[in-house]
Each structure stands twice: as structure tokens, then as C-alpha cells.
Design a protein around this ligand. Structure first.
Ligand code: HEC
Length: 132
């Protein structure tokens, strides 16, 4: 037995899915362009790495799913911050230094050294500098 509107219904579902994809491609994606502060970094990769390294379990980070913790300070508008952890003037190289080894910048800090690689720190810093 033929269900009413079977083919038309399927077409509608496909059209709806395509519409969602089109909107997401425009709005959900972080541009691949690195910010001027971190020329070699990929913000899109950095956003994924913020989850992968568990940064999101301590920090609120806009645009990173589930990153709403408040153990560490929120990283909102980080591109406009003057200082990193009250210690280093905020710049591309300094942010990468902090992400790779916070204990070397501020002995005794509650933020753990997470073994972030050089390239990963660059990508994460690139993403954080896109947050205005
Ligand atoms: C166990 C919790 C924890 C994890 C995991 C963690 N952080 Fe932090 N983070 C902190 C705390 C606490 C501070 C505040 C440190 C201070 O001021 O001494 C901080 C500070 C920072 C700051 C400076 C914030 C400011 O307002 O100046 C940045 C940037 C940062 N973290 C990025 C990251 C990134 C990137 C990761 C993942 C690679 C990460 N954190 C993982 C707890 C954490």
C-alpha cells in the first residue's frame, strides 16, 4: 500500500536538511582565516582542540559546544584582553606560551600543563584571538 505523500514527504525532508546545512555553512563555521596576532594558526582547528584538550571542562568559551564551566576565568572576548592570567601582556606568542606551559609563566597556578603541542597551541591561540 502506498502511503500518502511518500515521495513528496521525502523531498520535503531532503529540502529541509539542505536548508539547515546552508544556514549552518554561513553561520556556524569559524572562518579559516588566521587572525593577525597568530598568522600560522587555524581558528577552526583550534575550536575543536579546545574540546579535545579538555579546556572546555574548566573554561567558558564562546562557540565551543559544552564549554560553560567556571573553574577558570571565562575566555570571552579574549582577543580584546590586556593580560593573560594577570601576568603576560596578551599577544599571539605570549598566549601560546601560556597555553603550552602555564606553570612556567606563573608557578603554582591552578591551570595544569596539558602537554599541548606547538602547532596545537598556535591553532588554539588563533581561535581565542577571533573572540572579540
Ligand atoms: C583544571 C582546569 C583548567 C583547564 C583544564 C584549563 N584551564 Fe585555563 N585556566 C584555569 C585557571 C584556574 C586559570 C586562571 C589561572 C591564573 O590566573 O593563574 C586559567 C587561565 C587561562 C587563561 C588566561 C585567562 C585570563 O583571564 O587571563 C587562558 C587563556 C587559558 N586558561 C586557556 C586554557 C586553554 C587553551 C586550555 C586547554 C588547553 C585550558 N586553559 C585548560 C584552569 C584550567
Amino acid at each position: 500500500m502506498r502511503r500518502p505523500g511518500g515521495a513528496a514527504g521525502r523531498r520535503l525532508v531532503v529540502a529541509a536538511a539542505l536548508a539547515v546545512l546552508a544556514v549552518c555553512a554561513a553561520a556556524c563555521g569559524v572562518g579559516g582565516e588566521p587572525p593577525p596576532e597568530v598568522p600560522g594558526g587555524s581558528p577552526a582547528k583550534g575550536r575543536l582542540l579546545l574540546s579535545r584538550y579538555g579546556c572546555s571542562s574548566c573554561h567558558t568559551v564562546p562557540g565551543v559546544e559544552g564549554a560553560d564551566a567556571l573553574v577558570g576565568p571565562p575566555l570571552t572576548a579574549f582577543g580584546r584582553r590586556g593580560y593573560i592570567a594577570g601576568q603576560l601582556p596578551n599577544s599571539g606568542p605570549n598566549l601560546q606560551r601560556w597555553i603550552r606551559k602555564p606553570s612556567a609563566v606563573e608557578p603554582g597556578t591552578a591551570m595544569p600543563d596539558l602537554g599541548v603541542t606547538e602547532q596545537d597551541a598556535r591553532d588554539i591561540a588563533a581561535y581565542l584571538f577571533t573572540l572579540d
